[in-house]
Design a protein around this ligand. Structure first.
Ligand code: HEM
Length: 411
């Protein structure tokens, strides 16, 4: 067993940000030399940080770890208030009960129907974008693409995007807004979603909110408040992550044009390239939501006492050489690829089928329509988000090169 807690070095967390999509060097050192280490966040009690694949898997999927306890504790966090709540902060069986209301969200039929719509939306956006010599891969493509998809899925009016985009960003901000602004934004989002749910209760439509309302009525196991929280979570999680991850992918593909050309030449590799990019991109900027040990657990030889918070660093677990050969290399044919990009365990990303579909379709359409796509040739072409839970470009100026988006419509 390792040295007692009191003798451990305590490091400040998050580590100073590495530029762009680089991973902070502290992670690799810790994974090799001190896989279970002590960290202290700007707020909350000290925590254990685990960096190896096996320990991250245990922390996220073993029932001896709880998310719900974080609501009763001074949880390690980057914001003054603990904004966590809802489905992401529940434990089974509560969590299982609430999550069940979404069981009709991603049936094979829904996904098949969404694929066609996704292709049309992506092609239409590119048609508009390439009318100018340059376009922004974030504002002109990734954001409207992912927003339209989640709006259509849920049945949220796309015209309202300016309002809820602001609220959603506030929900995912860490240091870039004040606590007051965040409370206001969350309250506004709540009222907005509650109105939509009430509307579908009065008259159902062919959308996910109506399906969830029907499921709630049938099973009578989910309260009105819980339903609103689930819809809010899907709306926010449903576009912010994907609209950040897609520009991350495009950036990495164009940073080394041979990567992009590999997908242009072999589009059948795109599904496994999406998995590899999911593994490789360190999307989370501040570590995953902490879990609390409900009993004593030993991780990599260190005793985690019951009641201690543990932060699972998926960003470096995804580069663990014990699981991934040449972990710092992008290998579009990596097989198997059991990454944690969508998490693991009870809270495994509910929207993973939609996210995968969107990322695949976007790369299929981009590479088929614009084989000569490249980053605009200047330093300022790429800007990066700051003070958010996720990392990714705030702008990504692209030059279309030759190509015709309409050519991708039949693919
Ligand atoms: C590339 C895009 C996405 C990434 C990287 C991503 C990542 C994740 C991760 C890592 C978790 C687990 C968090 C944890 O264990 O604490 C999660 C949960 C979740 N995601 Fe996603 N996600 C993406 C897209 C989406 C989409 C498109 C939707 C909805 C349409 C969605 C809805 C959710 C929900 C509702 C949860 C909470 C599930 C629960 O607590 O049971 N996500 N996501």
């Amino acid at each position: 067993m390792d040295s007692p807690v009191s003798e451990r070095e305590v490091r400040s967390f998050p580590f100073p940000s590495a530029p762009g999509l680089k991973l902070e060097p502290e992670y690799e050192t810790l994974q090799r030399d001190e896989p279970v280490s002590r960290v202290v966040f700007p707020y909350g009690e000290p925590a254990w940080l685990v960096t190896r694949y096996a320990d991250v898997r245990t922390t996220l999927s073993d029932p001896r770890f709880s998310r719900a306890s974080s609501l009763e504790r001074d949880v390690p966090r980057v914001t003054a208030e603990n904004f966590s709540g809802g489905i992401v902060a529940m434990d089974p069986p509560e969590h299982t009960r609430v999550r069940a209301v979404c069981r009709r969200a991603f049936t094979p039929r829904t996904i098949a129907r969404l694929r066609e719509r996704a292709t049309t939306i992506a092609v239409d956006l590119l048609e508009d974008a390439v009318t100018a010599p340059e376009f922004d891969g974030v504002e002109d493509f990734a954001l409207p693409f992912t927003l339209k998809m989640v709006c259509e899925l849920l049945g949220v009016p796309y015209e309202d995007r300016h309002q809820f985009r602001h609220w959603a960003e506030a929900g995912l901000a860490t240091t870039s807004i004040s606590e007051d602004e965040r409370w206001r934004a969350t309250g506004n989002m709540w009222d907005y979603v509650a109105r939509l749910v009430a509307d579908r209760r009065r008259s159902a439509r062919d959308d996910l909110i109506s399906a969830m309302v029907a499921c709630q009525a049938e099973t009578a196991t989910v309260s009105d408040e819980e339903l609103v929280i689930v819809v809010m979570t899907i709306l926010v999680a449903g576009y912010e992550t994907t609209s950040t991850q897609l520009p991350n992918f495009v950036y990495l593909l164009l940073e080394d044009p041979a990567r992009y050309q590999a997908l242009v030449g072999e589009p059948e590799v795109i599904p496994s390239a999406v998995e590899e990019l999911m593994r490789y991109v360190p999307l989370e900027a501040n570590g995953a939501s902490p879990r609390y040990a409900t009993e004593d657990v030993v991780l990599s030889g260190t005793l985690i006492e019951a009641g201690s918070p543990v932060v699972a660093a998926t960003v470096i677990a995804n580069r663990d050489p014990a699981v991934f050969r040449e972990p710092h290399r992008l290998d579009f044919r990596r097989e198997p690829n059991p990454h944690f990009g969508f998490g693991i365990g009870a809270h495994f990303c509910l929207g993973a089928p939609l996210a995968r579909l969107e990322l695949r379709v976007a790369l299929e359409v981009l590479t088929a329509a614009l084989p000569g796509l490249r980053l605009a040739d200047r330093e300022s072409a790429v800007g990066w988000k700051a003070g958010m839970l996720v990392r990714g470009p705030s702008k990504l100026v692209l030059t279309a090169g030759t190509g015709d988006p309409r050519g991708a419509k039949t693919s």
